[in-house]
Design a protein. Structure first.
Length: 484
């Protein structure tokens, strides 16, 4: 075996490289998802090391000191962080020229040759579902025999092998939880709407939904939901309980749509109840009342739900497969059952207008989930949204984030500018949270839980700082536009 390092490199302050389907960027408050995409192949390579630098505040110097001892470095990258990650690769290679450095992630999965051509410091990239590709690299197999690999040979010519099939049997995939326990400090990971400390991981990959903006199903995981059996997940949760005991306050099943297979979700929830574990998951707003009740009775605390827009035509345009009235009924059922909902929305989807932004703001207020996240539509390469943006001339600029790591709008429409899209995000946050109900919820949380009080005070300061930085960023671009 090659001595292998799996690396999520240092990045912008507060940058969440492990983020899900919407965007990798600096968040409104301190937010870090677990690096499941890196941890899964790391769990398959004996003796490997996993570094997730951003949440652990590890610097370039820290990483270089560790990387010098490894023969193979596999880095997770994304479209927003690519330039930063390439620079980290350059420093590793400058220090240890014989170390092989390659990238995994959605960006290189769909643009392998382009990435290699434009960044000659990279030795290889792993395409699409890359777990076994990484394993075989670590086993030092000849690269020409490893499926799903693109690389630069000794003469500088680009080579590629045939595509690798998607993982057929997820029960054979080792748990990432022992890898987390060995290499990560779980107290460094925060998500505003999850109890702290939490642990997030996948019990399968793929999503049958066809949302045009969603990254992972279109680039790596595919549209078939391939899963571990409830019995296998139950064994992993037994292991988690033996590792952390009661230290972990919440487990987050981060599968794109965990509830799509209701019978399986219920069977897994029965294991959670047996172990007396609190849990949450991603869901679509189509889960019926009886299923919700069963899941709640088995320890479900919170659902993360993508509502996206308050305009039905936009939902149709992005192939969301949800009706507004369905979302209303779903939210009513969750409130009746006492299930908290973190609702996610996107400003700037095709074809947004000032009026549809207003509809989304009012819809969010009407639904009144416990908390919300408002993202800017991010056209990642490999998604249908990206192809639509090119075909329709919607791109206003390159780059999905600013120099400070804050997400920016790259799209504009005939009746809506990038500045108006970005302003819509701030306006929606202010109009949702500066109401009596959300304020009362936050105060009640702080009054009953000292840890939550300290946390919410910190997050409040971060949130207002973020809004000020975004406003200044928009002002600067306005000045630059006038000057040009």
């Amino acid at each position: 075996m090659k001595k292998t390092l799996f690396l999520s490199p240092p990045s912008f302050d507060g940058f969440d490289g492990g983020a899900g389907s919407r965007y990798q960027a600096k968040r409104e408050i301190t937010s870090y998802w677990f690096p499941t995409w890196l941890a899964q192949p790391a769990a398959m390579v004996p003796g490997s090391k996993l570094i997730d630098a951003p949440p652990h505040h590890q610097t370039d110097a820290d990483v270089l000191k560790i990387a010098g001892d490894y023969d193979l470095v596999i880095m997770h990258t994304s479209t927003p962080s690519l330039a930063n990650d390439v620079e980290c690769a350059r420093r590793i290679k400058a220090q240890s020229p014989n170390t092989k450095v390659g990238f995994i992630g959605a960006h290189v999965a769909v643009l392998p040759e382009q990435t290699l051509k434009e960044n000659t410091i990279i030795d290889f990239v792993c395409r699409h579902e890359f777990d076994y590709t990484c394993k075989e690299l670590a086993e030092d197999r000849p690269w020409s025999e490893i499926k799903g690999l693109s690389w630069r040979d000794a003469e500088g010519e680009l080579q590629r092998t045939e595509d690798r099939e998607l993982v057929p049997d997820w029960d054979q995939m080792p748990s990432v939880l022992p890898t987390y326990a060995e290499h990560l400090d779980i107290t460094k990971y925060f998500i505003g709407y999850l109890l702290h400390p939490y642990v997030s991981f996948y019990t399968g990959r793929g999503c049958p939904a066809k949302c045009t903006f969603c990254l992972w199903p279109q680039t790596i995981g595919g549209h078939k939901y391939r899963t571990k059996s409830p019995a296998c997940v139950g064994r992993e949760m037994d292991e988690a309980k033996s590792i952390w005991g009661s230290k972990v306050r919440e487990y987050m099943f981060d599968d794109d749509t965990f509830t799509i297979d209701k019978a399986r979700a219920i069977a897994i929830s029965e294991h959670m109840k047996r172990l007396k574990l609190t849990w949450s998951c991603n869901a679509r707003a189509h889960v019926d009342y009886d299923t919700l009740k069963t899941l709640r009775d088995n320890g479900l605390r919170l659902l993360l739900v993508g509502f996206e827009s308050g305009n039905q035509q936009i939902l149709n345009n992005i192939k969301k497969g949800i009706k507004l009235d369905m979302a209303r009924e779903f939210m009513a059922n969750c409130k009746k059952l006492g299930i908290k909902v973190h609702g996610t929305f996107i400003i700037g989807l095709p074809v947004e207008t000032k009026e549809t932004i207003e509809e989304t703001i009012r819809f969010a207020q009407e639904l009144d989930p416990h908390t919300i996240q408002v993202s800017i539509a991010a056209p990642y390469p490999g998604t249908e949204l990206y192809d639509q943006a090119i075909a329709n001339g919607w791109f206003a600029r390159d780059g999905l984030i600013s120099l400070s790591g804050i997400q920016t709008s790259t799209l504009q429409y005939p009746h809506l500018t990038t500045a108006e899209i970005e302003d819509g995000v701030e306006r929606m946050y202010r109009r949702f949270y500066f109401r009596a109900k959300p304020i009362a919820r936050i105060v009640a949380e702080m009054a009953t839980d000292r840890q939550m009080m300290v946390r919410r005070l910190r997050e409040g300061g971060e949130f207002f700082s973020y809004l000020r930085e975004r406003k200044e960023q928009s002002r600067q671009r306005g000045v630059e536009a006038v000057s040009a």
